[in-house]
Design a protein around this ligand. Structure first.
Ligand SMILES: [Zn+2]
Ligand SMILES: [Zn+2]
Length: 187
């Protein structure tokens, strides 16, 4: 398998070096339904000091999102960065085989950043994107985009969810009052 984010200690000289990789969503094993458009650009700074490599990564991608309120497409440039240290697992605590946060253990003479970069990309893509904080969304009654056109539904029925909740509560109370006489035990 093609592993562009796997680095062998043999190929890393002492000191700092930079790499820029242009990857596909498949290279990072990202789910196909993820709204990623075009390549994912990963910039790496790899600073080797003896058996340790300090890694700084910037991940850039273009996401094709949809506003959760009004469903309009949103094209967004997403950039995220992370840092970690790759080292030998020699000092590993046998009771805790997992690497601590921010540490990546070598697998033999190499380390693989795929999982870290994959997680970064996944976390950076918003799950509830909004075209704008002020987006007014679609009218729940007629479906019109309230950012673009007006409708007169709001005048006919409470549209604010808080009012709707209050209206529901009142309706339930009214129903309870109506049922009350039947539930009252005979005396
Ligand atoms: Zn919107
Ligand atoms: Zn409406």
């Amino acid at each position: 398998m093609h592993r562009p984010l796997r680095f062998s200690l043999r190929e890393l000289a002492e000191g700092e070096q930079h790499r820029e990789l242009t990857l596909s969503a498949a290279d990072l094993d990202l789910p196909a339904e993820l709204p990623v458009e075009g390549p994912i650009v990963v910039r790496l700074s790899l600073r080797r000091a003896g058996d340790q490599v300090h890694v700084r990564a910037t991940v850039r991608l273009q996401a094709e999102l949809r506003c959760v309120r009004c469903t309009q497409p949103i094209e967004r440039e997403i950039a995220t960065r992370c840092e970690l240290v790759a080292e030998r697992p020699a000092e590993r605590d046998p009771s805790n085989p997992e690497a601590p946060n921010g540490i990546l253990y070598y697998d033999g003479e190499a380390f693989d950043l795929t999982e870290e970069i994959r997680q970064e990309a996944l976390l950076a893509i918003p799950t509830h994107p909004l075209c704008s904080e002020a987006c007014r969304g679609l009218c729940p009654r007629c479906g019109r985009d309230r950012n673009r056109e007006r409708c007169d539904c709001a005048g006919r029925e409470p549209s604010d969810p808080r009012w709707a909740a209050l209206a529901q509560l009142r309706a339930r109370e009214a129903q309870r009052d109506a049922e009350e006489p039947h539930r009252r035990p005979e005396s």
